[in-house]
Design a protein around this ligand. Sequence first.
Ligand SMILES: [Zn+2]
Length: 173
Amino acid sequence: MTSSNATIPLETPEYAARLARRQVSRHGAIYALLDAVRDPELPELSIWDLGVLREVRDSERGLSVAITPTYSGCPALATIRENIATCLRGAGWQGFEIVEEVRPPWTTALMSRAACTQLRAGGIAPPVSGSVRCPACGSDETVLVSEFASTACKAHYRCRTCLEPFDHFKVLT
Ligand SMILES: [Zn+2]
């Protein structure tokens, strides 16, 4: 195991619970379709991997897609709704609704392990507790530059080992 792999977190219980619901769902094909829908602010991540896609259920209209914003008033949510609708209509679905659920709230623990790997590949330190490791060289000799980076959910860091600046996706609970 290399030093950079050592900082990729294990699957969280929160993610494992989401995955278990997906695996027993009779809407597995819908989940698979929605894997194509990306988060507008973090296009390297699908809404599934980010934990925004909560569940696909039956409803009176046919299908109900439950989504949870990463934070209240997230401006990306309207785009996510449109992209889900476009994706489902493209596959021939007409009767569906997209419902927003804020309880329980979104946390970074809902993210998949794959999401953390993808963030790191994109140069972003994933949300793991403990020391913040440089996504480029794996060093934990890093220094916080600013609490806020390109989005409020990220902080800006610099690596003292390789001198690379990088963003850290904050741990949100
Ligand atoms: Zn570094």
